[in-house]
Design a protein around this ligand. Structure first.
Ligand SMILES: Cc1cc2nc3c(=O)[nH]c(=O)nc-3n(C[C@H](O)[C@H](O)[C@H](O)COP(=O)(O)OP(=O)(O)OC[C@H]3O[C@@H](n4cnc5c(N)ncnc54)[C@H](O)[C@@H]3O)c2cc1C
Length: 434
């Protein structure tokens, strides 16, 4: 599709940054007059979107949102900062600007969740009782779980990581530029376990490859992607496509390699493999840390007690409703929810209306009926000006929203969604309007 066809197909709406970029969410439920006390832990993408919807849908409720963080980051934009295209300022806003009127913002973290007593305790020791709790704390980036690594090393000694924040993403862009200048071996990869935006480690690999080509430096660098398991991406058709593209672009892949230690001075990385530890020398490394629940959640009764989501503390949740099976008045939304896949802002966009509509219906005496199908999406950037718009559900089935976009084709239109459309759609989501 060329630019003219795209605009004719409705891309003009997208270019204006309006929420039409993403498919419409279910129609809002009617309102509830319940005077319930609702606590939302976390004011990131999911917490703010939930506060916006509930404050409109439950005008009689007392809504308290708890988060110490004052800045709001548009994290999907970190990839574009890491690509050297966006500035850190473009992905940084103020949480205050998105706080819905009438919602009480407690500017502290939750230190303790006590679901048996229907209460949370903040870091200052303040106890807040609730009738309903929404857990929306996102996740913790555990850089120090990699021996020798810590986030302060990003931008030094050939170490990059677009995950840690806008400034670290900008430092990563500079580290990529230095690497392309000097040449050598660049290592990429991802952690074992659940992670947010599993496409981002692949995107930054594609960006480094494309940038090297554009600068005539591809012959000076060797790029290696270290996959944590037997695939580079969990959805089989996407995995096949990315492998094919890596092969065509000369990106080598090691399977079953999990980064366990790093020696920044010697520029050496050690990976855990089935055959024992393997050490690789590098000139540049993009580190993606292990991710787990924040400590307050992990140490609470809320996480899964068994199964593969238990060890990292993900909150136990029913897949279609995100309701806690053991605590019926607790829901989790966003990255903290212990469901397969998800962990994207695109998933948040679909999860929040489901939980909000069900809560509104239930407190108004109606039967809640909204369900979440696991929708996850990621514009997989494959170079400057090219991306694949990949959307899938809990089962890993591709569920494209736009008939004119082939999910497994590198397209300019899919790039445009990443570069021009997502931020507008994201802001509308924070305001509960998308
Ligand atoms: C590099 C990168 C690229 C990405 N690319 C994409 C993409 O292309 N498409 C996409 O859809 N998504 C992408 N994402 C993922 C997306 O940004 C997240 O999935 C989304 O932000 C999750 O929202 P959340 O509210 O769960 O968590 P967050 O937005 O991270 O917010 C969590 C909030 O909880 C707060 N908190 C933590 N602990 C506590 C506590 N104890 N008490 C109170 N508050 C607490 C934090 O301060 C924070 O404000 C990307 C993310 C990164 C890092």
């Amino acid at each position: 599709m060329n630019r003219r066809e795209f605009l004719a197909a409705g891309g003009g709406v997208l270019l204006a940054g309006l929420p039409a970029v993403l498919p419409a969410t279910p129609a809002a439920a009617q309102t509830s007059g319940a005077r319930a006390r609702i606590v939302i832990a976390g004011a990131g993408a999911a917490g703010l979107a939930m506060a916006a919807r509930l404050s409109r849908g439950m005008p009689g409720a007392t809504i308290t949102i708890i988060d110490a963080k004052k800045e709001h980051h548009f994290q999907p934009g970190f990839t574009l900062v890491g690509a050297g295209l966006w500035s850190p300022a473009r992905v940084t806003e103020r949480n205050a600007d998105y706080m819905p009127r009438g919602v009480d913002w407690v500017e502290e973290a939750v230190a303790e969740f006590d679901p048996d007593a229907n209460a949370v305790v903040t870091t200052s020791g303040r106890r807040i009782d609730y009738d309903f709790l929404i857990v929306a704390t996102g996740l913790k980036l555990d850089y120090t779980a990699i021996e020798g690594m810590d986030a302060s090393l990003i931008g030094k000694e050939g170490i990059a990581s677009i995950y840690a924040g806008p400034n670290e993403a900008a430092a990563s862009a500079a580290a990529i530029d230095r690497f392309l200048e000097t040449g050598g071996t660049g290592l990429f990869g991802r952690p074992a376990g659940e992670m947010k935006c599993a496409g981002a480690p692949l995107k930054i690999t594609f960006i480094a490859d494309d940038k090297a080509r554009r600068q005539g430096r591809r012959g000076a660098v060797e790029l290696i992607y270290n996959a944590h398991g037997p695939a580079v991406f969990a959805v089989p058709p996407v995995n096949d496509k990315v492998k094919e593209m890596f092969a065509a672009r000369g990106v080598a892949v090691n399977y079953g390699h999990v980064l366990k230690a790093i020696d920044p001075g010697a520029r050496r990385a050690t990976y855990r493999t089935e055959a024992g530890d393997v050490t690789l020398d590098y000139d540049f490394i993009h580190v993606v840390p292990p991710m787990r629940a924040p400590d307050a959640v992990r140490q609470s009764p809320l996480p899964w007690q068994e199964g593969n989501l238990a060890a990292d503390g993900w909150v136990e949740a029913d897949k279609p409703t995100l309701r806690h099976p053991r605590y019926a008045n607790v829901f989790s939304v966003g990255d903290i929810a212990g469901v397969p896949r998800g962990k994207t802002a695109a998933s948040v966009k679909w999860q929040v209306p489901v939980v909000a509509d069900n809560l509104i219906a239930e407190t108004a005496g109606r039967t809640p009926s909204a369900t979440f199908n696991g929708y996850t999406s990621c514009p997989m950037v494959t170079g400057y000006g090219k991306a694949m718009l990949i959307e899938f559900d809990y089962d890993g089935t591709l569920i494209p929203s736009f008939p004119f976009i082939d999910p497994l084709k590198e397209l300019w239109v899919s790039w445009l969604i990443e570069e021009k459309g997502l931020l507008g759609a994201y802001r509308a989501m924070l305001r509960g309007r998308a």
